[in-house]
Design a protein around this ligand. Structure first.
Ligand code: ADP
Ligand code: MG
Length: 262
């Protein structure tokens, strides 16, 4: 049996006395899209950040394609991974945030190629060539020489996706990638993500776009107060009758997608 892309085992997370994740176990199969939904403050970002080791779980383990992330279990308990091992495991993961975090003084091409030069040590010409391929993939070849301020929010987010993809991850994590966008710009970003899913990229997407979760997600995980209440196919999760907490969530975050599910 092949390892899942991500295996989260009994992960809990506390910030001081605040328990944010409670004994979460879930597997993200390779080549599938897992959508993580739940009310604001339920722990979605924290769980996603733990999957990239941007946050350290207080307890539990996370395996990326069978390899430990951050900590290794040993005879004397869990031990911190060496920086080189951590870097290697993390290099399989690309991340896209709600805020695009582009460098304002660099063009789209500069933003994508700088990541390649810095992280991969590529020479300028090779980095720019690869960056251009990625920009083409997100439909922005023509905007390559524009600065972030000259791009719409949707275009900026597509540059951020190209930048993450350029580093050749096997897993992409998205944290509310369309939440900072005007409604008319979410479609272009979701379409890029849909195309990526169709190519077989393993993805975990925190989103309030219920329509996207229902149509693109192979699995939907619902977090509530730091607990994983369900994790199943969209057909099962969204099928009526729905669990009251989910029903309440859908009422609150009702969007076009959720309306379609009624
Ligand atoms: P979501 O993404 O579902 O909105 P988060 O994972 O961002 O939820 O946050 C879950 C809970 O953890 C919230 O109560 C939040 O205030 C708390 N939290 C998140 N990050 C920190 C932090 N760095 N320090 C303290 N509390 C935090
Ligand atoms: Mg969040």
């Amino acid at each position: 049996m092949t390892d899942p892309a991500i295996r989260v085992q009994h992960v809990s997370k506390q910030f001081g006395d605040t328990v944010v994740l409670r004994d979460i176990s879930l597997e993200v199969p390779k080549g599938e899209v897992t959508c993580l939904i739940g009310p604001s403050g339920s722990g979605k970002s924290t769980l996603l950040r733990c999957m990239a080791f941007l946050e350290e779980a207080t307890s539990g383990t996370i395996l990326i394609e069978g390899e430990p992330l951050g900590f290794v279990d040993g005879p004397g308990g869990r031990k911190r991974q060496t920086p080189a091992d951590l870097r290697r495991t993390r290099s399989r993961i690309g991340m896209v945030f709600q805020q695009f975090n582009l460098w304002p003084h660099m063009t789209a091409l500069g933003n994508v190629s700088a990541a390649l030069r810095r992280v991969r040590g590529m020479a300028k010409a090779a980095a720019e060539e690869r960056a251009m391929v990625q920009l083409r993939k997100v439909g922005l070849e023509e905007r390559a020489h524009h600065y972030p301020s000259q791009l719409s929010g949707g275009q900026q987010q597509r540059v951020a996706i190209a930048r993450a993809l350029a580093l050749d991850p096997t897993i992409m994590l998205f944290d509310e990638p369309t939440s900072a966008l005007d409604p008319e710009l979410t479609g272009e970003v979701l379409n890029v993500m849909r195309a990526l899913a169709d190519e077989g990229m393993t993805m975990v997407v925190v989103t309030h776009e219920i329509g996207f979760a229902a149509s693109v997600g192979n699995r939907v995980a619902f977090l509530d107060h730091g607990r994983l209440l369900f994790h199943d196919t969209p057909e099962k999760v969204f099928a009526a009758p729905r669990e009251p907490r989910l029903e309440q969530f859908l009422d609150t975050y009702l969007d076009r997608g959720a309306a379609m599910l009624k």
